[in-house]
Each structure stands twice: as C-alpha cells, then as structure tokens.
Design a protein around this ligand. Structure first.
Ligand SMILES: [Zn+2]
Length: 324
C-alpha cells in the first residue's frame, strides 16, 4: 500500500508518545511502591549489592570465585522472589514494576520480525482514516444529540406508524449496531428522503466506534468515487481503495448522488463486493427509493445492498424545522 510520507511521520510520532506515556506510568508506579512499601527500597539496594558482588567475583578470577558467584546468584534470585511476594502482600500484581508495553509483540518499537508490527499498521490506518474523515462533521453528531422530539407523533396513513415511533426504532437499531460491533457482518442500509437523520445517525455510530478504537472511514459517495477514480485512472498518489476495503467500518453517505458512469459503478461494486466477500461491515445511506436503486444499479450491486439490514426513514425533512 502506497502510504503518504506524512502519515508515516505522524504514526511514528504517536508510537513515540506511547512509549513516553508508558515510561511515565512505570515511573509513577515505582514512586508509589517506594512510598507505600519502604522495605521494597531496602530489597532493591540489596539486589544492587549482589549484582556488584557478582561482577566483582567475575573480574577477580579468584580460585573460589565460582562458589562466590553461585552464592551471589542464589541470593539475587531469593531477593527477587521476596520483592515479588512483597508486592503481592501489599495488594499489587507481581509484575507491577515490570516494563509497561501497549503492544507486547513489538514492545512498542513498531517492528517485529523485520516487518512493521500490526499495531503500527493500525496506527497508520487510523492516521489515514482521520485525514479522509477530516472534512465530515464528525464531532457534531452523537446519539445523545439526536432530536427525537422533531419527529411527529401522528401515525403515517400508509404505514400506520408515527414517524417518531419509526425513528425510535432506527435510533435503537443504530445504538445496538454500535454496542454490539465486532468488525464482522454486512451492516446497515439506510433509505429515506433527505434531512431525516440518516447522516446524523451514521456519524453517531462512527463517533462511538472511533472512541472505542475502531478504524472507521466516513465518506460521501461522490467525493470518494472522484478520489478513487483519480488514483486508479489518473495516476494520482494514494491507495484509498486499500483503506476503504480494509478499515473496520466503512460509511458511504449519499449513494446515488454520484454521476452515473460505468467507471464509478465499477468502483462502487469493487468496494462493496470486496467488503461483503470478507464480511466487513458498512453503513450505506441513500435518498433513492427501491425502484430508483433497481433502475440505476446492476442486479449484482443492488442485491448486495438489500442483503444488508435495511432501515427505512420516512417523513418530511427535519432540517426545515431545525432552521425555524
Ligand atoms: Zn506492535
């Protein structure tokens, strides 16, 4: 994957911050133990003494140095055992003062077995996702800021259910999706007129999952397709396709607002198919109705859309009420 050099530098900086934070945790813990368990400090001094004795015996090469070294090593192990016990007796884990690592595999170096560690690739993907998400109003939308009171309680004559009731269900479905998210499955397909809260709820899911550490990419379909098109057919830098097909959750906003061209449809299919074939979830929003979707997209594409969990948003545009 061709990665922007800037992303690389930011990711390395984050790893460095991680090491500094972990070192700080170690220092704080050490101070805490010295304060709470004075005997621990004594044992540390004795441990340092036995180390000095071992080094001196090795350097002296005296006839009885072997016995001396053996005795010092035994005493060293005994002190370490006592230290661990002392920690446990005082309610701390045995390894409380061991080095702290976020990633045990690479010990926060970012590399393992001559390759970049998974943790580093994850940070790198997050940096790239943040850049892609930077133009969306992510921070503005949460589940708590979703206004159910804007939806009327009168029953819709066709579906016999009030718009508020239907929206309560959509909100509950989105919360459930976020709460039970495990990075697998097909995801949600939201259909309905513009201004009914599809984007708000998608962004609320995105926010919730980003805070839990998942890599989420949110993009409007026209913008994302222009970008993919530039990279795939006009040699622009970047590998957005790898990013959107690999991230934990991909949110495609406003399907149907893109220009209807064969190239765009092919890119759209490639993206959706790549994710569904690996059971990687998406949230897709559209203002198109069922007939328009079937008319506009090939069978193989719309059948994929309707294999997702479909949420229907019915009623009038709520943004009008918000602006009044
Ligand atoms: Zn790692």
């Amino acid at each position: 994957m061709a990665i922007d050099k800037r992303y690389f530098e930011i990711a390395q900086k984050r790893l460095s911050n991680r090491r500094t934070a972990n070192k700080h945790t170690e220092d704080v813990r050490r101070m805490e133990i010295h304060q709470k368990i004075p005997k621990y400090s004594e044992l540390e001094c004795r441990l340092a003494d036995t180390m000095t004795k071992i080094v001196a015996s090795i350097a002296a090469k005296a006839p009885d140095s072997k016995e001396q070294i053996k005795a010092a090593v035994n005493s060293n192990m005994e002190i370490q055992r006592e230290m661990a016990e002392l920690l446990e007796q005082n309610g701390f884990p045995k390894d409380y003062l061991s080095p702290v690592y976020t990633c045990q595999k690479c010990k926060d170096t970012g590399a393992h077995d001559g390759e970049w560690c998974e943790c580093f690739n994850k940070v790198l993907n997050n940096v790239a996702a943040e850049e892609l998400n930077s133009r969306s109003p992510l921070q503005l939308c949460s589940f708590d800021s979703f206004r159910l009171d804007l939806y009327p309680t009168t029953a819709d004559p066709v579906v016999k259910v009030s718009q508020r009731k239907a929206m309560e269900q959509n909100l509950a479905d989105c919360r459930k999706f976020a709460d039970s998210f495990n990075g697998r499955g097909y995801g949600l397909f939201m259909m309905g007129n513009t201004g009914l809260g599809k984007t708000h709820l998608s962004l609320a899911v995105a926010n919730d999952l980003i805070q839990k550490g998942w890599c989420v990419i949110y993009g409007s379909v026209p913008e994302l397709l222009r970008r993919l098109d530039r990279e795939q057919f006009k040699n622009a830098d970047g590998d957005t396709m790898a990013l959107v097909t690999d991230c934990d959750l991909l949110i495609l906003d406003d399907l149907g607002a893109e220009n209807s061209t064969d190239r765009y449809t092919a890119l759209l299919y490639e993206m959706i198919n790549a994710r569904q074939s690996r059971s990687l979830p998406m949230i897709i929003n559209t203002n198109l109705n069922m007939d328009q979707i079937k008319q506009r997209y090939l069978d193989r594409l719309w059948s994929r859309l309707f294999s997702m969990n479909v949420l229907i948003f019915c009623g009038e545009d709520n943004r009008l009420k918000l602006s009044n």
